[in-house]
Design a protein around this ligand. Structure first.
Ligand code: CMP
Length: 465
């Protein structure tokens, strides 16, 4: 099942613009069928709506009046049922219970909205979607629009988006990806954008419904990469568009199919993933296999030599895992020291350093929650702890040694300070790369650590026995 999804930030429409009307008609005429994916601008939607009513379109108030528009003729189900199920069939379902903190199913009002869209004809679909968007309570729409307008910033509030969608992680993740990939980064203009949208939808749908490693985490890492590149504009500018796109998609897909359990657990329990990959990083190998399989239709649109490069980059980024954390820092510090000895600097913009720097970036984004504003970090922490606790319960039930924190018996402040001291050196080393700016993430890390140090009694609800 395919989706059309547009996040549109409207400007004042020029209702007398005949060229705009002609352009709109040409665009609509070019639609191959009613399932074609097309994103119309807010102005085009207003024109279209007015034409269908036979009245001139009303002027919207200007100054960044944003519209949130989702367009799709068949919105009965959220995703291609084949994707998530196929991943589960091939790689194993998570034995974790469904996550009560993040729901994946659409809320009733969204279902109603989708039904309205479904009942309409092809052109009416687009308009109904617009109406649907306005049926989302105003306060929530405003919050959503405000949050998404900051999608390029490091302090982006992912939870404002999730809350606006009433915790529907799939919709929230789609909105974030759309705002970054198709809006901010402009890949909507690419001739392959419809294929890209399908690939994105399938990747999101291939995440399992676990507390932390769900599709919102994938979208969050993608957004963090976008924001980190924005913080280092010279490095960003030095990268080819294709490399940026593959990097963003690698971020999005880096944990696809994650069962919410650690590699260690999978190996200890002889899980089918561990058997398939001979106990060697089963999760990361699976993420790379699933992601690249889903990406095939898009990669095939590239010339053969580019396909090979894109695949290699994607795999390299996905395998830049926690296991390589210390190794990555060691290698980077060695390269930095060598450059200093030569009396020069290690430049992110040097073509030979692009991939090593992107590997540092993706890993930094993956562990970036303590480097975010406290409120954003705190909710990720609740979810990651929930996932650990559930694994601990499984370990206890199966008589395995406990390898993750146990519910009710965790000194959260101590545990988080440990995690922060593990993460900080990565950001600190990256900050020494010429052309890379990690000052803001580092300030957040230090503020997060201070907060735990000053308020060690600030324990997670339910952590105490
Ligand atoms: P994974 O996504 O495999 O790699 C990064 C890991 O960091 C992630 O699994 C979690 O286990 C861990 N992690 C992320 N955020 C936190 C956090 N706030 N506290 C403790 N561990 C975390």
């Amino acid at each position: 099942m395919e989706y059309l999804y547009g996040l549109l930030f409207g400007t004042e429409p020029d209702t007398t613009d005949v060229d705009a009307r002609h352009a709109l008609h040409a665009k609509l005429d070019a639609l191959p069928d009613r399932d074609a994916q097309i994103a119309l601008t807010a102005d085009e939607l207003r024109l279209l709506k007015a034409e269908m009513r036979g009245t001139p379109p009303k002027r919207q108030h200007g100054g960044g009046d944003e519209l949130f528009v989702r367009m799709r003729s068949d919105l009965e189900e959220d995703h291609d049922a084949k994707t998530a199920d196929a991943v589960v069939d091939a790689y194993g379902a998570s034995p974790l219970k469904p996550n009560p903190l993040a729901k994946r199913r659409p809320s009733p009002d969204l279902l109603q909205l989708r039904k309205a869209v479904q009942d309409a004809g092809p052109l009416h679909d687009l308009i109904s979607e617009r109406q649907l968007s306005s049926s989302v309570p105003k306060e929530r729409r405003r919050t959503l629009e405000t949050a998404l307008s900051c999608v390029g910033e490091w302090g982006f509030d992912v939870w404002a988006v999730a809350d606006a969608f009433q915790g529907d992680t799939l919709l929230a993740a789609r909105a974030i990806v759309d705002a970054v990939v198709f809006e901010a980064r402009g890949f909507r203009a690419a001739s392959t954008s419809h294929l890209l949208r399908q690939v994105v939808a399938k990747m999101l749908a291939s995440y399992q419904d676990v507390p932390y490693h769900n599709c919102l985490h994938g979208a969050d890492v993608l957004q963090a990469m976008h924001a980190l590149l924005n913080l280092s504009p010279s490095f960003d500018d030095a990268l080819d568009d294709d490399v940026v796109l593959v990097t963003l998609l690698a971020c999005l897909s880096h944990d696809v199919g994650h069962p919410g359990l650690t590699n260690n657990f999978l190996v200890e329990t002889g899980h089918e993933l561990a058997i398939r990959y001979n106990d060697a990083s089963p999760l990361e190998n699976m993420h790379a296999a699933v992601a690249l399989n889903l990406a095939k239709p898009y990669l095939r649109t590239r010339p053969p030599e580019e396909q090979k490069g894109a695949r290699a980059l994607w795999i390299g980024l996905l395998l830049a895992t926690m296991k390589e954390h210390s190794h990555q820092i060691y290698e980077l510090e060695r390269a930095l020291s060598k450059a200093t000895e030569r009396g020069s600097t290690y430049e992110a913009c040097a073509p030979a350093h692009h991939v090593p720097c992107l590997k540092i970036f993706i890993h930094a984004c993956d562990v970036s929650n303590p480097a975010k504003p406290w409120a954003v970090y705190r909710r990720w922490t609740s979810l990651v702890m929930e996932e650990f606790w559930r694994q601990a319960e499984l370990e206890r039930e199966r008589g395995l040694p406990l390898t993750v924190p146990r519910r009710g018996a965790t000194d959260l402040a101590k545990f988080q300070l440990g995690f922060i001291s593990f993460v900080r050196p990565l950001f600190a080393a990256a900050d020494r790369i010429a052309g890379v700016e990690m000052g803001l993430p580092l300030r957040h890390i230090d503020a997060t650590a201070r907060r735990w140090q000053e308020e060690p009694s600030r324990v997670e609800e339910g952590t105490r026995e």
